[in-house]
Design a protein around this ligand. Structure first.
Ligand SMILES: Nc1ncnc2c1ncn2[C@@H]1O[C@H](COP(=O)(O)OP(=O)(O)OP(=O)(O)O)[C@@H](O)[C@H]1O
Ligand SMILES: [Mg+2]
Length: 399
């Protein structure tokens, strides 16, 4: 798939951008702070309705526009997939409700308003960033966020469950806090437990399946990148073990990876329910939800070691690269379309061979947008077949 036309209004430093986008590789070149990353961010936003950094959406609205009576930012794109041409519009509107104002997000697909979760499966992007190292080396929340953003793009049910889960968790935590401080009937938790199990169980099942698929694609890529030395494993560590047998029953052998155990969504939901029952007193005492996918962890294992804990920078970088390249193929298999590839300054960190290798792996994609401050990082052959745009102070010029 690819974006054929992009229009930005008050998005970051782009007061206005109106441009057709070419198929194939497009290099955005420019000095620092000119708007290269912001353009990638706009394309990423089309797929996720989120920025890649967890920062607040209101930061996306152009500073100058904030002085208007109803500040807004807007992204409109014409997206071509193998099946259809879509017009996607996302509006961020700051409503003047006094004080800071409330931000409203509107999604329109072909002119019709849609729920946020209906954006899933329409536009798929894979974003390569220098800070992706955090997926391996950062905190568990970095890894959950990565998984959530990838899954939300291709799986509308996941996208919906993720949003609902966050709301349920907040409500349930508020109730637990209240029970901890003021006491009261613990039965009030039943309703929230049920909701937590419904959405949380679905999320866990989707994560298990996605990680198994991603691992199967990433392992050979990783072997390739390390000249056959190491294979990569993605080890899922859920907050509670859904394979643990209920009391009085025989457990499963520990060595069996969770995705091979064949647990259904209903099984996982039932086990989560039992777990919540068993830990209810403790949760009230602590005043928070102690189990569920908001506490899941994912580890990267290569050559028998945990790369996040014991790996070198180089090993972590290779693991991230293998994961990202796998994500690209995984999305293609899930949706039947090449995702749009966005690479922000990633070549600068790689040596010449790795650079050529990475670029050759992007070859078949319908659209690849790459940013750089230095065109010389690209091999001549690549530069010759790519479109090159100069980005300067929130405007682009085709060369
Ligand atoms: N809401 C906003 N309104 C106006 N300008 C903004 C807004 N948010 C960020 N900016 C400005 O946009 C610029 C950043 O643009 P961007 O990150 O896209 O640059 P870049 O070309 O990728 O630079 P670098 O090469 O340093 O990565 C910064 O100068 C920043 O202050
Ligand atoms: Mg940048």
């Amino acid at each position: 798939m690819r974006v054929r036309h992009l229009s930005l209004t008050n998005f970051r430093l782009y007061a206005r951008l109106e441009s057709a986008l070419p198929a194939g590789p497009l290099i955005l070149v420019g000095a620092n702070a000119q708007g290269k990353t912001s353009l990638l961010e706009a394309l990423f936003y089309l797929a996720t309705a989120q920025s890649h950094h967890a920062a607040s959406d209101r930061q996306l609205i152009n500073f100058l526009a904030l002085h208007e009576t109803q500040p807004f930012a807007r992204i409109v794109a014409e997206v071509e997939t193998q099946r259809e041409v879509l017009r996607i519009e996302i509006r961020l509107i700051l409503e003047a409700t006094g004080g800071e104002g409330r931000l409203r997000k509107e999604i329109l697909v072909n002119g019709v308003k849609k729920r946020l979760s209906d954006l899933a499966g329409r536009v798929n992007v894979v974003l390569f960033l220098p800070q992706d190292m955090a997926i391996v080396e950062g905190s568990p929340s970095d890894r959950r966020r990565y998984l959530d953003l990838a899954l939300s793009q291709v799986d509308a049910r996941y996208n919906f469950a993720l949003g609902e889960y966050a709301k349920v968790l907040a409500q349930r935590n508020a109730l637990l806090k209240q029970l901890q401080e003021k006491g009261g009937s613990a039965d009030q938790l039943d309703f929230w437990d049920e909701q937590l199990c419904e959405h949380g169980g679905l999320m866990m099942a989707a994560r298990i399946a996605a990680l198994a698929e991603l691992e199967a694609i990433a392992a050979p890529i990783h072997r390739d990148l390390t000249a056959g030395a190491d294979s990569l494993r993605l080890a899922y560590h859920p907050a509670f073990d859904p394979t643990a047998a209920p009391e009085g029953q025989l457990g499963l052998p520990l060595q069996v990876p969770v995705h091979q155990v064949g647990l259904s969504v209903q099984d996982i939901q039932a086990r989560l329910r039992q777990k919540l029952q068993a830990t209810r007193a403790e949760e009230i005492a602590r005043g928070m939800t102690l189990t569920g996918p908001h506490r899941d962890e994912l580890r990267f294992i290569a050559g028998g070691i945990d790369v996040g804990t014991y790996g070198s920078r180089g090993q972590a970088r290779t693991a991230v690269l293998a994961l990202k390249l796998a994500e690209m193929e995984w999305m293609r298999r899930r949706s039947g379309d090449w995702p749009i590839l966005l690479l922000d300054e990633v070549l600068a960190e790689l040596d010449g061979n790795r650079r050529r290798d990475l670029l050759s792996r992007l070859n078949g994609a319908d659209q690849v947008v790459l940013t750089t401050t230095d065109l010389n990082l690209f091999p001549t052959e690549f530069r010759e077949q790519a479109a090159v745009w100069v980005v300067r102070n929130g405007a682009v010029a085709q060369t």
